[in-house]
Design a protein around this ligand. Structure first.
Ligand SMILES: [Zn+2]
Length: 113
């Protein structure tokens, strides 16, 4: 009786919406690296602006450098270890950071090809 509540709409943990059909996208369905991906609902080509993913890249480099200097690395060893740790940290930080930072503005891919 009455309107049935939609518990899903009350959960506002991470709202990634398709700009074309306004359906909620799963974070696993979104490509954060700036590549195009398709909306699973309307099949529209979408992308996350590079400026958003650039934040992850820069912060990963920063975290990596801090970690390496914290364990006592200096000079060329610090430099090499920072680069070596950069990529795994980039993957590792993506999940928590996506929840902390405001969600990316997903855009319609410009027509081309
Ligand atoms: Zn869509």
């Amino acid at each position: 009786m009455g309107g049935s509540p939609h518990p899903r709409s009350l959960m506002r943990k991470l709202l990634l919406k398709c700009p074309a059909c306004e359906s909620v996208l799963k974070e696993t369905a979104v490509n954060f690296s700036g590549r195009r991906f398709r909306c699973p609902t309307c099949n529209e080509q979408l992308y996350v602006p590079r400026s958003y993913s650039a934040r992850f890249v820069v912060s990963a480099l920063f975290i990596s450098g801090l970690l390496c200097s914290a364990v006592g690395l200096r000079g060329i060893a610090l430099y090499i270890a920072t680069i070596a740790l950069w990529v795994p940290i980039l993957f590792f930080e993506l999940v928590p950071l996506v929840r902390v930072l405001p969600p990316p503005k997903i855009k319609l891919s410009p027509p081309g090809t």
